[in-house]
Design a protein around this ligand. Structure first.
Ligand SMILES: [Zn+2]
Length: 276
C-alpha cells in the first residue's frame, strides 16, 4: 500500500494523537481525507481492539504506519527495541539454568535435569480434570515451563523468519512478528510448555488463533489454524496437541504462524526452537 507523503504524515499524526504514551513527534492534522485513509483508520482501530499483530509496515522514511506495536516508531528504534526484548528473554533463560546448545537453541544444564524432573512431578497449576492430550510430542519434556522446542513434528521448513524484510517489488519494509512453518493443512500443532489457554479467537489477519499463557512470563501464539482443539481457560500440558494447521486469515497457503511473547513483547522465537 502506497500513500503520497502528505497523507503519510497525516496518518502518523493521527496515530500519535491517539496512541502516544507521553512523547509526541508530530502535531495532529486534519484527517481522514480519502477512502484509503479511512481504511487505514479502521485497521488501526481493529488492531487496538486486541487483534494480534502479525506484520507491521514502514514508510519510505522508516516510520511504522500500520500494524505497529508502537505507532510511528522508526524502523531503527523498532529494531533496537526488538533486539533488546529478545536479549532480555535470553538472559531470563540463562537465569533459569539454560545454556546455548550446539544447535544454537536453549538446553538445560545436565546437573539441573534431575532437580527439574523432581520439581515437575508437582504440577504448578491446579488441574481438576484430565486435559485432553493426544497425540503427544515426545521430545518436549513433561512439565516444561518455558516454550523450548518446536510446535510441530519433523522440523518443517521455515518459510518466513521473524524480523524485517524489504518487499522485492514494492520496496516496503515489513516486520514479521513470528515464524512461519510450511506444513500442509491438518498437521498437528503442539504447545511446547505447560500453560493456560488465554484466548481462542478468529480475525481476518491471524485467522483462527490460539494464545497460551505459560509460567515464567512467556506466551505462545498460533495462527491460520483449521481447528482449535482447546477452549479459553483450559489448562494445557507441554507436548500436547492443541490445534490443526490451516490457511485461515491472511495466508496465501497452508502454514503455521508461531509467535512468542516475553513480558507481553514479541521476541524472535528462533533460539527457543532449538535449531539454527
Ligand atoms: Zn506469519
Amino acid at each position: 500500500m502506497k500513500y503520497p507523503s502528505g497523507i503519510l504524515l497525516a496518518l502518523i499524526s493521527v496515530c500519535y494523537a491517539r496512541y502516544a504514551d507521553g512523547s509526541s513527534l508530530l502535531q495532529a492534522q486534519s484527517f481522514p481525507k480519502t477512502a484509503a485513509d479511512l481504511t487505514f483508520v479502521q485497521r488501526v482501530e481493529l488492531l487496538s481492539d486486541g487483534f494480534e499483530v502479525l506484520e507491521s509496515t514502514y514508510d519510505a522514511s522508516g516510520r511504522c504506519i500500520s500494524g505497529c506495536a508502537y505507532y510511528g516508531i522508526t524502523l531503527a528504534e523498532d529494531i533496537q527495541r526488538s533486539e533488546q526484548n529478545t536479549e532480555d528473554a535470553s538472559q531470563h533463560m540463562y537465569d533459569l539454568g539454560y545454556q546455548t546448545g550446539e544447535d544454537g537453541g536453549f538446553v538445560k544444564q545436565t546437573e539441573d535435569v534431575q532437580a527439574q524432573q523432581s520439581a515437575t512431578t508437582q504440577p504448578n497449576v491446579v488441574v481438576n480434570y484430565t486435559p485432553r492430550c493426544f497425540p503427544v510430542k515426545t521430545d518436549i519434556p513433561a512439565g516444561q515451563r518455558e516454550p523450548v522446542g518446536e510446535p510441530l513434528k519433523g522440523k518443517p521448513r521455515i518459510t518466513s523468519p521473524y524480523g524485517y524484510r524489504e518487499h522485492p517489488i514494492t520496496g516496503e519494509y515489513k516486520k514479521h512478528y513470528g515464524i512461519d512453518f510450511g506444513v500442509p493443512a491438518g498437521t498437528s500443532v503442539f504447545t511446547p510448555a505447560d500453560g493456560v489457554v488465554e484466548a481462542v479467537w478468529s480475525d481476518k489477519y491471524c485467522g483462527n488463533g490460539i494464545r497460551i499463557r505459560h509460567p515464567s512470563g512467556y506466551k505462545t501464539i498460533y495462527c491460520h489454524l483449521s481447528q482449535q482443539l482447546v477452549k479459553q481457560g483450559e489448562t494445557v500440558f507441554a507436548g500436547c496437541e492443541i490445534a490443526k494447521t490451516g490457511k485461515t486469515g491472511m495466508a496465501d497457503g497452508a502454514h503455521l504462524h508461531y509467535s512468542i511473547k516475553y513480558n507481553d513483547k514479541y521476541i524472535d522465537p528462533m533460539k527457543w526452537l532449538g535449531r539454527n
